[in-house]
Write a protein that binds this ligand. Sequence first.
Ligand SMILES: [Zn+2]
Ligand SMILES: [Zn+2]
Length: 457
Amino acid sequence: MKIDLTELELLHLIEIDFEESRFPYLIPLKPGGYRSGDIEAMSSYICRHAELSMEWSHIYGQRLLDNFVTTQKLPACKKNSAEVLRLCNSVGVVADRYIEAVTVASNGKLNGQFLTLHPLRFLCDNNARGLQKQHMVWCPECWREDRISGESPYVRLYWLVESTVICVVHGHRLSEYCPACGEVKLQFPKFPRQWVCDKCAEDLSKPDENHIKDNFTEEDAWVSHAIYRLIERIYSDELVLNEFIVSKAIQRLLQWSRLSHLELCHKLNIEPKSLENMLDTKRRPYFLAFLDLCYRLDLPPDQFLLDKDILTSKELWRGLPKPTFTSKINLTEKEIKSIRSQLKKILNENPTPPVRLSHLAAKFGITYTRLQYNFPDEYRELRKRWTQWEKIFRRNNHAARLEGLTIAVLSLVKHGIYPSERKLRDLELVLPSDLRREDVKCLLKAFQEIYSDLQFN
Ligand SMILES: [Zn+2]
Ligand SMILES: [Zn+2]
């Protein structure tokens, strides 16, 4: 179906030549926060297009790729999970395809790479470890403000960087779990409306009373602001960083401080190997180690990389304990012991319905991924119990729905009333949402055929 573009007046538009033959592949929709630190993520941009085109976001994305990406660059297998597709926001081959599609489809008016983390690729290793989060996070207040300003709520790219913990506009911890069902949210969901929960359809922009907004450390806040400023600086001027950028910045620092690299490592309490890796232009730095270095120097990465002057002073340097980057995913022994005993208790009690893993992760104050990584056996068992229970629950629910419909139809025809959809709804005999279900529709249609043959009116 085609959309009447005159109805899109409320949206912020940019000048993209519009070709009827290409319709509806790229609508001239301006990315949220264009050329600012609030720049929209690629997945979000695709989702908003899909919503306007009334398509599923993955299908829309695939059509965009099919139309605008050179065939050799397309994958042989087109069935990708949301888990793989979320990489369209990162660096790498999936992102490259989406970048090309958006850039070509907009006739070069939009540079697709500035909707992804691709411009930061020389700040991280080839696998982009520690760069992008697994799941979506969001700030409900930012989304409410988007709506007030007439835009559909969109996902900021900086939210999706692994180390971002807070929304820098509102200074609150970003939300990770649906307030109604506790489920995590996919970064590139199939259903394009990003501000609803994929599981229970709750509006995620509503205030969440259980969300602890000030649950973050000083370091979390520093790093979140640093990432925001880095993105703001690079993306607003569309700067291109080269592979020497980190190494050059460190050399400048060594010159200015008149320290050898070993002395610097000693002062900052970091492993010489870690700094040597960053100095070696043949190797790419580890993103979290680079951010940690900036934090120890109290020097925001945008200034460290892009300013010629060194805007830090040695008195402000932080000689913190040696960094352990695995701590992002690993837990301390004490935490492991305590969580394991609680998991054991839950497994023994075997409650019905089983406890959801995302609820558990929230209860322990860790991420879903950390739970899976640290307790693989318990995770597998709990997941199995949940899916089994859910399967039975769905089957029973299905039977109950059809039974309900049959009773409702019979109660109408007993009084000589034709079982129309409207009657069923007006008498509140069947839920309107159930009437939209395929199984209910089929059964109702069968009943209606029988009763119209019997001359009900
Ligand atoms: Zn916010
Ligand atoms: Zn939910």
